[in-house]
Design a protein around this ligand. Structure first.
Ligand code: UDP
Length: 326
């Protein structure tokens, strides 16, 4: 019986929603977060709830990580350097955090035979042209001279390592490739498009579409995402496998800007910003990103419940209620 769950990165956007969901389901939840991109206020409302505990520290602190792992039946490893903007700006930090952090988590998970869920990313599909993306597709990344690919490559190393631990030590490790995820508590500071567009629309500022806006994405509500994480965490046949988690409702970024504008009843103009200005020169964006979610659906019955317009409404309401406008 799995009862105690450690969430690394549990004060982050996805982690804090997962913590809440697992507490509601009766689990004991421990959060480990160094508050680099996470925020204490994301979990402040959970403090004092029976079964909840937290430690503000880095996953690089082996003593703390060891103790927390020794008290856990499962570890959900979400702590990472996230967001394309951060990755382009701080490549050393990204590579080190993502590779060394996962290695540390796998080592302690193996030590205590804890089940472990490793968060990977749709970025690992790189420039794959065949959509929707399936877990066993070949991968084409750009050259090492482009920082962007450091993120995908570091997460691929994480995946290889987790699968190797599964093979060699029979560690029950599950890999989830998270596609674009959105919802309350996500901040635009690290580049994520929906909180940025919604904040711009509500403030009457120009909505900044990068490139020509013809690139497309599928946005999954965070409450759907954490439902998938819980299902995979407990499913006995998930171990040693990779799963896409995301929505399949595709939208171009230009259409997204128009929908945000309409939902916010905003007069903001939509402006187009060249990629070179938005990111670094030579930046390559992904043209389309759509997951094939049949593997996850077949194993667990999961499918997303929220549609894009509902998600946008939730983000709008959260931004309007939130003290900390982003
Ligand atoms: N984007 C945009 N304007 C912004 C922020 C992002 O047009 O202010 C675009 C970005 O270039 C990408 C898409 O929105 O094509 C999604 O960006 P995000 O950083 O949210 O996620 P990604 O899919 O790049 O990981």
């Amino acid at each position: 019986m799995m009862q105690r769950v450690l969430i690394t990165g549990g004060a982050g956007f996805i982690g804090s929603h997962l913590a809440e969901r697992l507490l509601d389901a009766g689990y004991q939840v421990a959060v480990l977060d160094n508050l680099s991109t996470g925020r204490f206020e994301n979990i402040a409302h959970l403090v004092g709830r029976p079964g909840f505990s937290f430690a503000i520290d880095s996953i690089e602190n082996e003593i703390v990580l060891d103790r927390l792992a020794s008290e856990s039946d499962a570890i959900v490893h979400l702590a990472a350097a996230v967001g394309v903007k951060l990755v382009v700006e701080r490549p050393v930090h990204t590579i080190e955090t993502n590779i060394m952090g996962t290695e540390a988590v796998l080592r302690v998970a193996a030590r205590y035979r804890a089940r472990v869920l490793i968060a990977s990313t749709s970025e690992v599909y790189g420039k794959g042209a065949r959509t929707p993306f399936r877990e066993d597709d070949d991968v084409v990344l750009g050259p090492t001279s482009r920082n962007r690919w450091a993120y995908a490559a570091s997460k691929m190393v994480d995946e290889f390592l987790a699968l190797a631990y599964h093979q060699k030590y029979e560690l029950p490790a599950v890999i989830v490739r998270l596609f674009n995820t959105v919802g309350p508590r996500q901040v635009g500071r690290y580049g994520m498009v929906i909180p940025r567009f919604m904040r711009q629309a509500l403030a009457g500022e120009p909505i900044t579409v990068y490139g020509d806006g013809s690139q497309s994405r599928c946005f999954c509500d965070v409450s759907d995402t954490v439902r998938a994480l819980e299902a995979l965490m407990v499913h006995p046949q998930a171990a040693g496998r990779v799963f896409n988690v995301g929505s399949t409702e595709e939208v171009t970024i230009l259409e997204l800007a128009q929908r945000v504008k309409a939902i916010a009843h905003s007069d903001s103009p939509i402006t187009f910003i060249p990629y070179e200005e938005a990111y670094a020169p030579g930046f390559e964006d992904m043209k389309r990103r759509v997951p094939d979610i049949s593997r996850l659906h077949e194993l667990t019955g999961w499918q997303p419940r929220y549609r894009l317009d509902d998600i946008l409404m939730r983000v709008k309401n959260w931004l309007q209620d939130s003290e900390t406008r982003v």
